[in-house]
Design a protein around this ligand. Structure first.
Ligand code: ZN
Length: 294
């Protein structure tokens, strides 16, 4: 039987300026329309500065029954501001999102999965601010951001925050986040089917995408923090995205991550000390962080 897949959407505006026209609202509305056609209730992670500029978009997301999560106060790597500033900006952005939506905001997703050993100091702050879960790590070596050695199933950081790691499928020499937007756009459907077939019962499966991945008319620009190669990849296959995502949405759909976190709250999960160093082999040490901006 096909395993349920929770749908998530990361709402962000990666352009240097919101002028001259706001593509983010238009594209987010298109994705919400798509979710509506499939009667999907998603976990929608919104960047704080986007929520501030577009309160009516947040109200629509809430009214349509989606769960709201925070995709950081700004779309920058999670640890690129000092701890005090991170604390205050994250608290403010969460409060704003809760006010606009009239909902608790239970979850946090780091931009670009940038929760890595070097940014582990953010984890106790997220727990202290009241987040119940995070879905911010890629548990493998990655040319951008990855945290090799973490469990591939939900686990608890030692301060209590539940983590839903990004689902991966293992092929020789590489672990692919097969339910991520880039992979849905670029790889044949068979990869997703293999991933779903190989998923273990303890994994929580979730797919993620971004409004800009559906934007076939956006002029190319180099995206911040990820460099030219990854930026080029972000423009590939956009004309296929709506169709491909539609196919994903025909899968049985899982509950929003906050609901799953509530169900898991009283259960035993593996516990991970964020201060423990990851165990990297030589290939993983070479690959990890290769494309990250330095
Ligand atoms: Zn993002």
């Amino acid at each position: 039987m096909t395993r349920p897949v929770t749908v998530t959407l990361d709402v962000e505006d990666l352009r240097a300026s919101a002028e001259p026209e706001d593509r983010t609202v238009r594209m987010t509305e298109q994705v919400l329309d798509l979710f509506g056609r499939f009667e999907v209730r998603a976990s929608v992670f919104v960047v704080g500065d986007v929520a501030e500029r577009h309160p009516s978009l947040i109200r629509r997301i809430a009214q349509e029954g989606h769960e709201l999560g925070l995709h950081a106060h700004a779309h920058i790597p999670i640890a690129s501001v000092p701890p005090k500033q991170f604390h205050n900006a994250t608290a403010g952005a969460r409060a704003q999102l809760q006010d606009l939506s009239g909902q608790e905001v239970p979850g946090y997703r780091a931009p670009m999965m940038s929760l890595v050993p070097l940014s582990a100091w953010t984890i106790p702050i997220l727990a202290e601010l009241g987040f119940r879960y995070s879905s911010s790590v890629l548990p493998a070596p990655s040319p951008l951001y990855g945290w090799p050695g973490l469990p591939r199933r939900p686990f608890r950081w030692s301060d209590g925050l539940i983590e839903f790691p990004c689902p991966l499928v293992r092929f020789p020499g590489v672990d692919l986040p097969y339910l991520g937007g880039t992979y849905i756009r670029l790889l044949p459907d068979i990869v997703r089917r293999i991933g779903l077939r190989r998923a273990t019962p303890s994994e929580v499966l979730w797919t993620y995408c971004h409004p800009w991945e559906f934007d076939t008319h956006e002029p190319y620009h180099t995206l911040p923090h990820i460099g030219r190669l990854a930026s080029r990849i972000a423009w590939l296959g956009r004309s296929r995205m709506a169709d491909r995502m539609g196919r994903v949405l025909t899968n049985p759909i899982g509950a929003p991550l906050g609901r799953i976190a509530s169900d898991l709250a009283s259960t035993d999960l593996p516990v991970v000390d964020p201060g423990a160093p990851p165990n990297l082999g030589p290939m993983a040490r070479w690959a990890d962080g290769r494309l990250r901006e330095r």
